[in-house]
Design a protein around this ligand. Structure first.
Ligand code: NAG
Ligand code: NAG
Ligand code: NAG
Ligand code: NAG
Ligand code: NAG
Ligand code: NAG
Length: 362
């Protein structure tokens, strides 16, 4: 019985090997493809004592294993989606529509950028936005990073923020900055796959410190973290999604909790990446409804408390995963009402209680 379970687990982790063409079906976070070969499997460190606080229904599925696979003759139509302004009709857009974000054993698409040699995948495959790059992109980047650094003839495909992270970590000319809407072709592409919720302890370590320092102009982040940062979504960019109803009452209650803990209250609204780095790296407690601003947690030092306002059900754990990987103390605070595409109603006093507990380190 144990043997059978062990064998089944092994099969799950490795993917299914296909006798017909020797490929192996592998699964990443939200995508799968037929890889040419499995190159490496390594166990990931698991922090057994880390927990999602408060939310009884929610548990992070901690990643335990990383698999690196090889994809020969890889066709990658980078962000060839209509919503990124790439049109619908090109062969790249059609491959994207078939969800073939990576296709091994393929021919180059018309106008493909052919990148010779061995390349490592360091992008989120689906989306070039900040929050997706900081979670999915960093998972790819961190997964292949030791192999990329070690193999000094290889290159790394990055995009936007993952390029910025990689450049902050390593001064190198081996980065291929992917352009959205362009098809790419790699004779040999290495891709990292993780089972579990995305990121593992230490995943950000090579990148986060240097990246924040670069944004802060080389100045070290504030030695003392002395603020309670509340990130509002009352900003045009969010199109009214997840607006906190009666936010003024919430802000008043959270500022009172900050003052009681002898911390300064900061109302955060996105201005630019430098200001985000400065604000998040100075925070002792971060409070926000689930949303892209929380990807700035990458700038927070280990030990920072995070209070994410989430629904009672269907919690999306991306920022719990980021917090786990960065060693942040994470509290999932259930809103009274919560709609991902609509309003959020919060019990302001209950939230303030959690902020007080988070500030004390409970
Ligand atoms: C593991 O989690 C505990 C509790 O959150 C934390 O105190 C500790 O620093 C974490 N260790 C690592 C290596 O992240
Ligand atoms: C890759 O493409 C080359 C040239 O078309 C071909 O010779 C080779 O067999 C292909 N390899 C794989 C694994 O598809
Ligand atoms: C390998 O074979 C399977 C089924 O036999 C097929 O679905 C898959 O597309 C093939 N992969 C490649 C890279 O030819
Ligand atoms: C680095 O590369 C060498 C030579 O290819 C190899 O023997 C070694 O195992 C590699 N180390 C890592 C950490 O990948
Ligand atoms: C990066 O490396 C190049 C070539 O080795 C060097 O000229 C340049 O000064 C380096 N840049 C930084 C920021 O270290
Ligand atoms: C909260 O907002 C709703 C709708 O705007 C309003 O009806 C209600 O009185 C407000 N409650 C408080 C406590 O301000």
């Amino acid at each position: 019985m144990m043997m059978r379970i062990a064998a089944a687990l092994l099969l799950l982790a490795a993917g299914r090997s296909d006798a017909a063409n020797g490929t192996t079906r592998v699964r990443g976070h939200g995508f799968s493809f037929d890889a040419t070969a499995v190159l490496e499997r390594r166990a990931l460190p698991v922090n057994g004592s880390w927990r999602v606080r408060l939310h009884a229904r929610t548990r992070l599925k901690k990643p335990t294993q990383l698999t690196v696979v090889e994809c020969r003759n890889a066709s990658v139509p980078l962000y060839a989606d209509n919503i990124w302004g790439c049109g619908r009709r090109s062969p790249a857009a059609r491959q994207w529509q078939r969800r073939e974000w990576i296709l091994c054993g393929a021919k180059p698409l018309p106008n493909a950028v052919v990148v010779p040699g061995r390349t490592h995948l360091g992008v989120d495959l689906f989306s070039p936005t900040f929050q997706h790059e900081m979670i999915n992109g960093v998972q790819q980047l961190a997964g292949v990073w030791p192999r990329f650094v070690n193999d000094t003839k290889s290159q790394l495909l990055c995009h936007g923020f993952t390029c910025a992270l990689a450049r902050a970590a390593l001064n190198s000319s081996r980065f291929i900055e992917g352009k959205k809407c362009r098809p790419y072709f790699f004779p040999v592409l290495e891709v990292a796959l993780v089972r579990g919720d995305l990121l593992w302890p230490g995943a950000y370590d090579p990148f986060a410190g240097p990246y924040t320092a670069t944004l802060l102009g080389g100045a070290p982040p504030a030695r003392q973290r002395r603020t309670v940062l509340y990130a509002t979504r009352n900003h045009d960019a969010y199109h009214g999604k997840r607006l906190v109803v009666n936010e003024s009452a919430v802000v008043a209650a959270v500022s009172a909790a900050a003052a009681a803990a002898d911390l300064e209250f900061v109302l955060f609204r996105f201005e630019n990446t430098e200001a985000s780095a400065r604000a998040f790296s100075a925070a002792a407690v971060v409070v926000a409804p689930h949303g892209g601003a929380l990807a700035n947690l990458v700038h927070c030092a280990p030990g920072t408390a995070v209070v994410e306002i989430v629904p009672a059900q269907t919690v999306r754990l991306f920022y719990a995963g980021l917090s786990y990987a960065r060693g942040l103390r994470y509290y999932a605070f259930a809103a009274r009402e919560f709609s991902y595409n609509g309003n959020v109603v919060v019990d302001a006093e209950a939230l303030a209680d959690v902020v007080r507990a988070a500030a004390r380190g409970d």
